[in-house]
Write a protein that binds this ligand. Structure first.
Ligand code: ATP
Length: 169
């Protein structure tokens, strides 16, 4: 009810990104050299997601964002590489940090005109130099669920969306 929304709305801003993100192990991503043939396009469709982060070499190096609606104009027979679409639309993906507040995240979404960000943190374990590690993704919907205090199930969720994890590496 309204009281639930009010109490959540008053508290959401102080919560942190890491409490609402989808962890990297559950993310559907694509490699930049992946060819978008019928098989791959079908698998993307099966995930039900609208935004697919694109990486080069590893998830720690995210180079852009594929919007699934950009695929409508492709001919699967051409097997267009993801890279071609990225260079055409040039959609960037912003980085946020696990301890950022949701208030700050909302500000980032508004300023960047985007609805998804990647969550990275410095990994300084081990002997090598510290590096940025991707630990998850977060979307506007993850914030909205915090504000209203309820899960949102969208049209594609009812198919029983499957996450296809790094399947295309
Ligand atoms: P829509 O088509 O309604 O935008 P969506 O699944 O693409 O749906 P959101 O509605 O923004 O994206 O997010 C719903 C949930 O799915 C969120 O918890 C979000 O973190 C997660 N999510 C979004 N995109 C991906 C993805 N590529 N891989 C894994 N999880 C994702």
């Amino acid at each position: 009810g309204e009281a639930t929304i009010l109490t959540h709305a008053l508290k959401f801003g102080k919560k942190t990104v890491k409490t609402v993100m989808t962890s990297v192990a559950d993310c559907t991503m694509l490699e930049v050299n992946q060819k978008l043939d019928m098989d791959v396009i079908t698998k993307i469709w099966q995930t039900g997601h609208s935004r697919i982060p694109i990486y080069q070499n590893s998830a720690n190096n995210l180079v852009g964002l594929l919007l699934v609606k950009d695929l409508i104009v492709l001919n699967p027979a051409d097997a267009t590489p993801v890279r071609t679409i990225l260079s055409f639309y040039g959609r960037k993906i912003h980085t946020v940090y696990p301890d950022d507040s949701l208030q700050k995240l909302l500000q980032t979404f508004k300023q960047s005109n985007s609805h998804m960000a990647i969550v990275q943190e410095v990994n300084n374990e081990g002997d090598s130099d510290p590096f940025y590690e991707t630990i998850g993704i977060v979307t506007l919907e993850d914030i909205i669920e915090e504000i209203i205090g309820e899960e949102i199930v969208d049209e594609t969720d009812i198919f029983g969306k499957k996450n296809i994890i790094f399947l295309f590496c």
